[in-house]
Write a protein that binds this ligand. Structure first.
Ligand code: SF4
Ligand code: SF4
Length: 386
């Protein structure tokens, strides 16, 4: 998921307004997951491991718009699952653009060329194409040959039609820095912006071997950024977030910065970690025990350096210290010398495992809904016959 709007003035205005209003916690990006079904099964994905009854569920267009209104964030990212599978995706995006939300539609691009007619180019709409690296690397990451070529073809087609396209790459252990640098060169050739984030160690991801720990992440990003000096890589991140990835900033995450809404409700505490659900955005903000999450506080957060937790922290840091942000952008990312001290991990609370419980709860709700719908249908049939 690319976050181009961090480069826009409007986000600065939004942040400033929240600061002036004295708000402690506020959302920057709504992570809207209207479905979990996907047409790929990537080894690092922690989003698609649900029974069919859940994968077949969709949020309605109205539910999507209500979530955007309720949350009020200036940007809506639509990951999934694969949003282009959703039959109402064109309508959902139109409604969000009409609300003047910046929309980042995250897609693996398998259906993008075919579905371009559903959308209109707009300064509010960005396609964020999942591309984890060069051809062999990407096809391996998504467990299917030919996906890289289709994604690149779709990127070119979308750009030719006047759409803004960015790519988003999830970085895993074992991806050599030189290859990442070549991949970033390719994004320049394609004329697209790029966002990169270390993969979050989803407990449900089939491949548990290749998630980066914090030390490896910082070293890898330093190596990559060192190779980028003088190049024109167009990152869709704030300079301070990149500086954080390179180990030069010690940040705590901002889990409420990118709240997630999906078929379960509002996910506690963040897009990456499902530890319960709230019915409304207000309930999410008021009932989540925010202090118990984050690196150093909770085992599942130990290695997280993902953009959705730390980009909002970097954005707030830039607002509070614009000179530092300016200095980083002028100087570039420091790729040698001592790193910022690491957060103390000695007091983190142990992980809790509640995935199955949540799935069972949702399945029984679905069964109840289906039984009620069947009953209503039977009653209507009976009254028509009478
Ligand atoms: S394309 Fe995205 S949602 Fe689909 S399996 Fe891959 S990572 Fe998961
Ligand atoms: S560190 Fe923050 S963003 Fe990362 S999983 Fe934990 S709560 Fe979520």
């Amino acid at each position: 998921m690319a976050i181009p709007f961090f480069k826009e003035m409007r986000i600065g205005g939004y942040l400033l307004k929240q600061k002036l209003l004295g708000r402690k916690r506020y959302p920057l990006v709504l992570m809207l997951e209207p479905l979990f079904r996907c047409n790929l099964a990537c080894v690092g994905c922690g989003k698609i491991d649900y029974p069919d009854a859940i994968l077949n569920r969709r949020m309605t267009a109205q539910e999507c718009w209500d979530a955007a209104d309720e949350c009020g964030a200036p940007m809506v990212a639509i990951p999934g699952g694969e949003p282009l599978i959703h039959k109402e995706i064109g309508e959902i995006v139109r409604g969000l653009v009409a609300r003047k939300k910046f929309v980042s539609l995250c897609t693996n691009a398998l259906l993008l060329e075919k579905k371009l007619d559903l959308f209109e180019p707009s300064p509010y709409l960005f396609f964020s194409v999942h591309l984890d690296g060069l051809r062999d690397h990407h096809d391996k990451a998504v467990s299917q040959k030919g996906v890289f070529d289709r994604a690149v073809s779709a990127i070119k087609a979308a750009k030719a039609r006047g759409f803004t396209v960015n790519v988003n790459a999830t970085i895993f252990d074992g991806h050599p820095a030189e290859e990442i640098a070549k991949f970033l060169d390719l994004t320049v050739e394609l004329g697209v912006g790029v966002s990169m984030s270390p993969g979050y160690a989803y407990e449900r991801a089939p491949d548990q071997e290749h998630f980066l720990n914090r030390t490896k992440t910082k070293k890898l990003f330093r190596d990559v950024f060192a190779m980028g000096k003088g190049k024109k890589w167009n990152f869709m991140h704030s300079g301070l977030f990149l500086d954080f990835l390179a180990g030069n900033q010690q940040y705590e995450c901002t889990p409420w910065g990118m709240p997630a809404r999906n078929i379960f409700g509002w996910q506690k505490p963040c897009y990456l970690l499902g530890e319960g659900y709230a019915k409304t955005f207000k309930e999410l903000m008021e009932t989540t025990d925010w202090e118990t999450y984050g690196t150093g506080k909770y085992e599942k957060c130990a290695d997280c350096m993902a953009h959705c937790g730390y980009e909002p922290t970097a954005a707030t840091a830039a607002l509070n210290n614009p000179l530092k942000a300016m200095w980083v952008s002028l100087r570039g990312i420091k790729t040698s010398g001592p790193m910022a001290p690491e957060i103390d991990m000695s007091k983190q609370r142990p992980a809790q495992y509640i995935f199955s419980e949540q799935v069972q709860k949702k399945l029984s709700e679905i069964r109840k809904d289906e039984a009620a719908a069947a009953q209503a249908k039977a009653a209507q049939k009976a009254s028509t016959a009478a």
